[in-house]
Structures are given as C-alpha cells and as structure tokens.
Design a protein around this ligand. Structure first.
Ligand code: NAD
Ligand code: TYD
Length: 350
C-alpha cells in the first residue's frame, strides 16, 4: 500500500485534498500531518475521520526531530505539501511565522524525504502546493504563465516563492522527484473567515460592514476548491518530474463586483429587500503593497493533462453561500474559538 503524507490537511484546501484521496484511493494510506494552528480544524474532516486508510497526526513541520522520526516510522512514498501560513494580511503584521512555517518547514520536509529515500527515488514524489502570488502583480492585461519570472511582493508570497525555489533546488541538486503547482485564489466550503469570500458571507449574515480595501478595483481569479483538489489529483498522478503547472479559474473579478454579486445572491437567499446586503459595503484603508491583479494561464495543465474547471462561477458561488448558510455551527465554532478547545484536546502534541 502506498503511504502518502499530506501536510496541512486540516486546513481549507488540504481538507478537500485529503477527502478526495481517502475516498478515491482505498489502496493508498493517507497520513494527514497538521499542527492545528488557528486555521486547522478537524471538523472539516469529520466525515472521513474513521476511514481505515486515514491517519491524523498532530505535529508542526518546523519541529525537525519530530519530522525525521515520523519519516523513519512511516517510510512515506510521497508527500503532498500544503501546510503553510496562508493569509497575506497576517504576513504583513507577523512575517516571521511565515518564514518559519513556509520556508523552514518546507526544508525540514525536503531533508526528511531526502534522508528517507536516500537516493532511491523510484516511485517517490515530493509535490509542493504553491500560489500564483509568487509571480507578483499584473497590470490590466496579460496572464501569469509557468515561465513568468518570480516577483513576490508580500511576506506571504515571498515565503512561498522561497519554498518553491528550495523544492526546485532539491530536484536539481539531489535529483529528488518533485512537482510544483501554482494556483489562483480558491473559494468554497471550509475556508477560514479571514479570507474575502467567507468573511463577507459571515458579515452579511450578521448585518455587519463588509470591508473593501482601497477602491475595490483589485482583481483576483477565483477557482472552486474542489476543482483545485481535482487538479492536484491529476498532477500528482500524471505530472512530469521537475515540472510546474499553473492552475486558475479563468474567472477574473474585481473585488467590488464580486461582493456586489454575492450581495445580490444573499439578498435573495436571506429574503432581504433588494440592496440590503450591498448597503453593508464599507470602503476601508487599502492593504499595504496590495497586488493589483492576478490572472493565470492554465493552458499547460489543460492541454497536457486534460484538466478543466468543472463549475461555472455562478454555480460555485451559490454552492459556497449555501454551504456557509447551512453550516452555521461551523462558522460560530470558529468565530468563538470553541473548535480549538474541543478538537485540539483530543490529540497529544507529538
Ligand atoms: P489554510 O490556512 O486554510 O490551512 C493551512 C493548514 O496548514 C492549517 O490546517 C494549519 O493548521 C496547517 N499548518 C500551518 N502551519 C503549520 C505547521 N507549522 N505545521 C503543520 N501544519 C501547519 O491554507 P489553505 O488556504 O488551505 O492553503 C493551503 C496551501 O495552498 C498553502 O500552501 C497555500 O499557500 C496554498 N494556496 C492557497 C490558495 C488559496 O486561495 N487559499 C491558493 C493557492 C495556493
Ligand atoms: P484574500 O481573500 O485575503 O486573498 P489574497 O490576498 O491572497 O488575494 O483577499 C482577496 C482580495 O480581497 C484581495 O484583493 C484583498 C481583498 N480584501 C478586501 O477588500 N477586504 C477584506 O476584508 C479582505 C480579507 C480582502
């Protein structure tokens, strides 16, 4: 049985990737290593927590000795590395935790894999999950491709860029089999309500202001999280050694248009008079160094591996809003912190 280590599996994207692999590949054993930071929530995986091919391990990827012992004990065949500090705003106020987890943590995993595999790389893979933000900021036109030079602007994107370079360094220097994918902004169930879409849904529901940074003209390309997980599955199984794949939704929105669209949907779903939700829009001070536009060319992934997004945005955002409205307890547990005390107590720190 193939043993696959997925890091950050209790987070937003990681939980969808873990579920997909556990359910789709009974011949794999999935080990989910997650430190359960504020962003990690085992409620995201409640439906599969007792699956026979699934094991949760609580641990911090920065803890070098623990990581080395884990690799010794389990002898992983492959790693899908998602654990990271992931929010730009937090990286502006606390860059060091991003350096720690995103750079040091990645190097610890690379070193542990290198020591375990010991040059015998047959059937092995280190798959690193990254972001389109490493490419910097676009003007009104153009798309990021796999050959766009790196130009990260925030502590978050700089730390992810650094980890991408390190993964490539292990490929070139030690011959480690690696793939990297760089994806655009994800949305969907289980996203921590610090990111724009769940934050807006939560505030709208509670009739609180929706903060829009600057003029709201910044553009993001939004991809439904399940389509990202499907791309990861495809790249894991069919991606070429040493290659990079861009993943995007072909779905660009200015922040203000996106929020207005969501407000229309939420007026309808919450039975509010037209324009009620949009009345909550509040322009606030812009984010420092706010990247203007991200947009991604996924044609390599589409042509070479046959991937395409399965959901149109209209459908994806309806599904997402429905999920948050139906999962009030999930949101309340996060916003009052109770998920931490309940779930985290069940697992001893390694
Ligand atoms: P998230 O913040 O929701 O989840 C991150 C997970 O990593 C959490 O479960 C957290 O507990 C865990 N973690 C954090 N530090 C850890 C540590 N030191 N040791 C072990 N576990 C730790 O993040 P996400 O949005 O799901 O992003 C997952 C990955 O995808 C990240 O690498 C991110 O850079 C990348 N990515 C995210 C997006 C997006 O739109 N969210 C887009 C492209 C790429
Ligand atoms: P975010 O979800 O934080 O993702 P990222 O910074 O990685 O793109 O933000 C998406 C966009 O929304 C970004 O341009 C910043 C903006 N934004 C707001 O206008 N208000 C908010 O409260 C947040 C969290 C983000």
């Amino acid at each position: 049985m193939k043993k696959i280590l997925i890091t950050g599996g209790a987070g937003f994207i990681g939980s969808h990737v873990v579920r997909l692999f556990v359910q789709q590949y009974p011949k794999y054993h999935i080990y989910n290593l997650d430190a359960l930071t504020y962003a990690g929530n085992l409620e995201n995986l409640k439906d599969i927590e007792n699956a026979p091919n699934y094991t949760f391990i609580k641990g911090d990827i920065v803890e070098e000795d623990m990581i080395n012992k884990l690799f010794d004990e389990y002898q992983f065949d492959a790693i899908i590395h998602l654990a990271a500090e992931s929010h730009v705003d937090r990286s502006i106020s606390d860059p060091l935790s991003f350096i720690r987890t995103n750079i040091l943590g990645t190097v610890n995993l690379l070193n542990a894999a290198k020591a375990q595999w010991h040059g015998n790389y047959e059937g092995k893979l280190f798959y690193h999950i990254s972001t389109d933000e490493v490419y910097g900021s676009l003007g009104a036109t153009g798309l990021f491709t796999e050959t766009t030079p790196y130009d990260p602007r925030s502590p978050y994107s700089s730390s992810k860029a650094s980890s991408d370079h390190l993964v490539r360094a292990y490929y070139h220097t030690y011959g480690m089999p690696v793939v990297i994918s760089n994806c655009s902004n994800n949305y969907g169930p289980n996203q921590f309500p610090e990111k724009l879409i769940p934050l807006a849904i939560n505030n709208i529901k509670k009739m609180k202001p929706i903060p829009i940074y600057g003029k709201g003209e910044n553009v993001r390309d939004w991809l439904y999280v399940i389509d990202h997980a499907r791309a990861i599955d495809l790249i894991f199984h069919q991606g070429k050694n040493g290659e990079t794949y861009n993943i995007g939704g072909i779905n660009e929105w200015t922040n203000i248009d996106l929020i207005k669209k969501m407000c229309e949907v939420l007026d309808r779903k919450l039975d509010r008079p037209e324009g009620t939700c949009a009345g909550l829009i509040t322009y606030v001070k812009d984010r420092a160094g706010h990247d203007m536009r991200y947009a991604i060319d996924s044609s390599k992934l589409m042509k070479e591996l046959g991937w395409e997004p399965s959901l149109q945005f209209e459908e994806g955002i309806e599904k997402t809003i429905d999920w948050y409205l139906a999962n009030e307890t999930w949101m309340n547990n996060i916003t009052d912190g109770s998920y931490e005390s309940y779930y985290q107590k069940q697992y001893e720190e390694r």
